[in-house]
Design a protein around this ligand. Structure first.
Ligand code: SF4
Length: 266
């Protein structure tokens, strides 16, 4: 996942997974003199939730002596997620959940933060649980393009898209939580107020109950998709990456998803 001289932007939300990842990568980086780490946090603008996470992330970075960079939706897109949700409520035809918007905006924000700090990789703390939830979500939505694309190391598709890696993709969430507890890493335990409406929540509950009844289910799903991905990819037309006609950012269609979404709420 890493090269000896990478500058790694670690996506730190303030939760247990990202803070465990930051602590582990900081340890590894100590013995890799040509590599460096910067922590990046995306402030979506979720009142009463992100403020606490930001404080925890900042303190952890200070303790580990790691530079911390914060980027916000307000600065990048002109509105916070709370404001977007408020406007969404007034639109009868808007069927997407807060998380559907947030996911698209966060991907852009993280990439922008990584570009600003000159990072060569973005490391995110997606665990085995997150990965298999995403697999099932893509199957339930019939989104084969995403099913083929979501990998532990993303493909290089455009010079402005920083490569993403997921070092925890084979680590069950419970183990990353255990690491945080054992190492006395403070983290935010309060869930996001919008999380309950997300499809991911249903996938999490379903997978946890399957794992309880049939241990090994999560690893089995993860291994199956890794083997199936090359075959799925062959069935899809190759997506040509160009630039969005509106904002100039990398896009596989004329107008990128971020512009589509922000235009909806302009
Ligand atoms: Fe964004 Fe949804 Fe995550 Fe909340 S739970 S931070 S709305 S993606």
């Amino acid at each position: 996942m890493f090269s000896y001289n990478d500058k790694v932007a670690v996506a730190v939300s303030g939760g247990k997974d990202s803070l465990s990842l930051l602590a582990i990568l900081a340890k590894i980086e100590e013995v890799k003199p040509k590599s460096s780490i910067v922590a990046v946090t995306v402030d979506e603008g979720i009142k009463g939730y992100r403020d606490e996470a930001l404080r925890i992330a900042k303190k952890s970075c200070e303790k580990l002596k790691i530079e911390h960079h914060v980027i916000s939706y307000k600065e990048l897109f002109g509105l916070t997620l709370d404001e977007l949700v408020e406007r969404k409520k007034r639109k009868a035809n808007s069927k997407l959940t807060a998380c559907a918007y947030c996911g698209v905006l966060r991907r852009r924000a993280l990439n922008e933060a990584a570009l600003r700090v000159g990072a060569t990789k973005i490391a995110t703390a997606h665990t085995l649980d997150d990965e298999v939830q995403t697999v099932l979500m893509n199957i339930f939505r019939g989104d084969l393009a995403r099913l083929a694309k979501e990998k532990p190391v993303t493909d290089y598709v455009h010079p402005r898209l920083v490569q993403k890696v997921k070092p925890f993709c084979e680590i069950p969430e419970r183990e990353s939580a255990l690491y945080a507890y054992i190492n006395n890493i403070p983290f935010q335990a309060t869930p996001c107020p919008y999380a309950s409406e997300a499809l991911r929540n249903d996938m999490r509950n379903m997978l946890n109950s399957m794992e309880l009844k049939h241990p090994g289910t999560k690893f089995a799903v993860s291994n199956s998709i890794a083997r199936l991905q090359p075959a799925i990819k062959k069935t899809l037309a190759k997506a040509d990456f160009g630039e969005c006609a509106q904002c100039g950012e990398p896009a596989s269609s004329e107008i990128c998803k971020v512009c589509e979404m922000t235009r909806e709420f302009a």
